[in-house]
Design a protein around this ligand. Structure first.
Ligand code: 2HA
Ligand code: ZN
Length: 232
């Protein structure tokens, strides 16, 4: 609730922009792990065995970050991925009959990639930070170029994301294809820029995912304010 409100206040998540998913343990889910399934929601892809039967708290499709705090039960949902990886059991939330974000394929595929190399990964976060999108629009879709421009604009950048940032060209969002491409990049980096759209970040907790995106955005702001003419 706090992070969606904060991201909205930053101006990164206009209207229904942005989405977040958090992997929860059975202990964290508590009594809800025994809840009867409210309904099953088709995933539209087959989830990898590593995320099957796992619980995710996720933002809803068409829902606004600014509204999560005042009405979490409508704007968020708690789901458990089915045993066969084809659907998600809704255990709580999406109270108006809604469903998870259109970017859920990307989220689940990114969780899959990260869990395979980092079992502590819990959070996947997607947002539309203004300067990050502007900077990506001014550069070739080349992750070495993007990464180096960020690193030379702000010394914090290389400290916070020494593995660099992945870059995808402008692609149709909400599809399995962009999910697969993002998840592939997430095998080597915790950050992926979607050219002309936004960014993905992940981490062990909400602070780590948010902090990565926040650092990229601050650095992109510096880059854009210096008109890309960083010479020192
Ligand atoms: O949820 O951000 O990428 C709306 C979006 C689509
Ligand atoms: Zn988006």
């Amino acid at each position: 609730k706090e992070v969606t409100a904060n991201m909205y206040r930053q101006g990164w998540d206009e209207r229904n922009g942005g989405n977040i998913s958090v992997l929860l343990t059975a202990e964290e889910v508590g009594e809800f792990s025994k809840s009867k399934t409210i309904r099953d929601i088709n995933l539209g892809f087959i989830a990898d065995p590593i995320v099957r039967e796992k619980y995710f708290l996720v933002t809803g499709t068409g829902k606004y970050f600014k509204n999560v705090k005042k009405d979490p039960e409508t704007n968020l949902g708690l789901v458990q991925i089915s045993k066969d990886g084809k659907s998600a059991h809704l255990l709580w939330g999406f109270a108006d009959g809604g469903k998870f974000t259109s970017e859920f394929p990307s989220h689940i595929m990114c969780h899959t990639s990260r869990l395979k190399i980092d079992p502590k990964n819990k959070v996947v976060m997607h947002s539309h930070p203004t300067y990050t999108i502007a900077m990506g629009a001014c550069l070739p879709t080349d992750e070495t170029v993007f990464t180096k421009k960020l690193w030379i604009s702000n010394t914090e950048a290389i400290v916070v994301f020494p593995e660099g940032i992945g870059v995808l060209p402008c692609m149709l969002c909400g599809t399995n294809e962009i999910g697969e491409a993002t998840a592939k990049k997430m095998e080597t980096t915790r950050l992926v820029s979607w050219t002309n759209h936004g960014i993905y970040g992940c981490g062990h907790d909400i602070d780590e995912a948010f902090g990565l995106i926040e650092t990229v955005e601050k650095t992109a702001q510096i880059y854009m304010l210096s008109l890309g003419h960083v010479v020192n």
